[in-house]
Ligand binder design. Structure first.
Ligand SMILES: *Cc1c(COP(=O)(O)O)cnc(C)c1O
Length: 439
C-alpha cells in the first residue's frame, strides 16, 4: 500500500529525495508507467537554452520543452509580461468579459496568419484547439443543412493530440486506435507523399487522397493535416505541392481544410507558418505550443468569416464551446510578448543558421550502421534509426554528455530554441554523433 506523504504546511522546499519519492509513488508522466517508471531528472532551474539539474549538472536543451520554448527559458521580456499582468488579473472569465491581452492577441493572430483567418477562438491546449476545429467543421455543415458531412480525412503518420476527437485523426497504427476503437469516431486516412520536402514531385502521391475524397465527399466534413511537417507521428517532411493540391481537392469537392500548426507555427520550419510554404490558407487553423514561448498553456483555433457566419446561422445560433479558462489574460499577455519578441528578433537568420548547422553536423550520422535517415528543416533536426531506441539508456548517455533530448520510437530529434548559439548546438550534434555510433 502506498503511504500518504504528508509534507506539512511549512514552506521549506522538498529535498531531492522527497521529490523523487513522491514522483515515483504518485505522479503520472506523459505516456508512462507507474509500475515500471522511466527515470526522471530533477530540474531546479531553466535559463536560456539550459536546464539545471538538482545535482549541479547543466544540460543543453535540444527539445524546447516540446516545441514551445522558442526564446529559451527565463526570458526577461516574457517574465516582465507575466509579472506585470499578474498584478492586473491572473484570470477572469471570458463569458461576457473581454480584456486587452485577448484583444491584442486576436489582432496579432489575424494579422500574422495566412489571409482569411479572421475569427479567433482561444482555448487551453493544442488538443482542445483540435477538438474546437473539428466541432467547428461539423457544426458548419450541420448549419448548412448537410448533416451527413460528419467524418474527417486525415493523413497517415499524423499527430493531432490525445483527446478523443484529436486521437481519432492521429495515425491509426501508431496512434491509440486499437485501445479505444469502441469509443472513437471512425475517420478516413490517406497516404502522405512518400518523398521529403525537396523530393521531385510525383503525381502518383495524390492518387490515394484524391480517390478517397472523390468517393467520400458527401460524408466528409474536412481534411485535417499538419502542413509540411508531420511531427509526433513520425517527424516527416513533405513537399508543398501536396499541400497545395489538397487545398484544391478540398475546394473542388466542398470540404473544409483544417491545418494543425500547433508544432510548426511561429517560425519553426523557417516560415512563420508552414502553410506559407505552399502559399495556401486553410479554413481552420490550430495554434498552440510556441504561442506563449513555452510559459503557459494556451492555444487558438482560427477560422474564416464564412465559416463563422455559417456556424452562427444554424439552429443553435452559436458555436457550442466555452472552456473555463478561455482567453486566460496572463497566458494571452505572455503570448503577446512572445510574438512581439519573435517579430522584432532576426528569427529568419537564426533559424537559417540553425538549419545550416544541423545539416552539416547531423549529416555524418547517416553513415552510422544503426541510422536509417537524417533530415533537417528549419530548426528541426531528425535522425531516424533502423530500430526503436531504448529511451532511458539513450537519454542517460546524452545527459552524461550534457544534452537533453527525448527520443521516441526510432526517432532521435532536436528542435532547439531559436536563440541557441552555435556552440550549444554543437554540443547536441556532437553528443548525438557519439552516442548513436553505439547503436
Ligand atoms: C502537440 C501537438 C498537439 C497537441 O497539443 P497539446 O497541447 O499537447 O494538447 C496537436 N497537434 C500537433 C501537431 C502537435 O504537435
Amino acid at each position: 500500500m502506498i503511504r500518504h506523504h504528508s509534507i506539512g504546511s511549512d514552506m521549506t522546499p522538498l529535498t531531492a529525495a522527497a521529490i523523487h519519492r513522491i514522483d515515483r509513488d504518485h505522479l503520472w508522466h506523459p505516456y508512462s508507467s507507474l509500475t515500471e517508471p522511466l527515470p526522471t531528472y530533477l530540474v531546479r532551474r531553466a535559463r536560456g537554452c539550459s536546464l539545471e539539474l538538482d545535482d549541479g549538472r547543466t544540460l543543453v536543451d535540444g527539445m524546447s520543452s516540446w516545441w514551445c520554448a522558442i526564446h529559451g527559458y527565463n526570458h526577461p521580456a516574457l517574465n516582465a509580461a507575466a509579472t506585470a499582468h499578474l498584478a492586473d488579473m491572473a484570470h477572469v472569465m471570458f463569458g461576457g468579459i473581454v480584456h486587452e491581452p485577448a484583444a491584442r492577441l486576436a489582432a496579432h493572430l489575424v494579422a500574422l496568419t495566412p489571409p482569411g483567418l479572421d475569427k479567433v477562438f482561444l482555448c487551453d491546449s493544442g488538443s482542445v484547439s483540435v477538438e474546437v476545429a473539428i466541432k467547428m467543421a461539423l457544426q458548419y455543415w450541420q448549419s448548412l443543412g448537410q448533416p451527413r458531412k460528419q467524418r474527417l480525412l486525415a493523413l497517415r503518420g499524423g499527430y493531432h493530440g490525445d483527446t478523443f476527437a484529436a486521437m481519432s485523426v492521429c495515425d491509426p497504427v501508431t496512434g491509440m486506435h486499437h485501445l479505444f476503437a469502441g469509443a472513437m469516431s471512425r475517420q478516413l486516412f490517406a497516404e502522405p507523399p512518400a518523398g521529403g520536402l525537396d523530393a521531385p514531385w510525383d503525381p502518383a502521391w495524390f492518387n490515394d487522397i484524391a480517390r478517397q475524397i472523390e468517393v467520400h465527399a458527401d460524408e466528409l466534413a474536412a481534411v485535417i493535416l499538419e502542413p509540411i511537417v508531420q511531427g509526433a507521428g513520425g517527424m516527416r517532411f513533405y513537399p508543398p505541392a501536396f499541400l497545395r493540391g489538397v487545398r484544391e481537392l478540398c475546394d473542388r469537392h466542398g470540404l473544409l481544410l483544417i491545418a494543425d500548426e500547433i508544432a510548426t507555427g511561429f517560425g519553426r520550419t523557417g516560415r512563420l507558418f508552414a502553410c506559407e510554404w505552399a502559399d495556401i490558407s486553410p479554413d481552420i487553423l490550430c495554434l498552440g505550443k510556441a504561442l506563449t514561448g513555452g510559459y503557459l498553456t494556451l492555444a487558438a483555433t482560427l477560422c474564416t468569416d464564412a465559416l463563422a457566419t455559417g456556424i452562427c446561422a444554424g439552429s443553435a445560433g452559436v458555436f457550442m464551446h466555452g472552456p473555463t479558462y478561455m482567453g486566460n489574460p496572463l497566458a494571452c499577455a505572455v503570448a503577446n510578448a512572445s510574438i512581439e519578441l519573435l517579430l522584432t528578433s532576426p528569427w529568419q537568420q537564426r533559424i537559417a543558421a540553425i538549419e545550416a548547422q544541423l545539416r552539416a553536423e547531423l549529416e555524418p550520422c547517416r553513415a552510422l550502421a544503426g541510422v536509417a535517415d537524417v533530415r533537417v528543416l528549419g530548426a528541426i533536426g531528425v535522425v531516424e534509426m533502423k530500430q526503436p531506441v531504448d529511451v532511458a539508456k539513450l537519454q542517460a548517455e546524452l545527459v552524461a554528455r550534457g544534452v537533453w533530448l527525448r527520443p521516441f520510437g526510432k526517432l532521435v530529434y532536436t528542435m532547439p530554441p531559436y536563440v541557441m548559439d552555435a556552440e550549444e548546438l554543437r554540443c547536441i550534434t556532437a553528443a548525438l554523433g557519439e552516442v548513436l555510433a553505439g547503436y
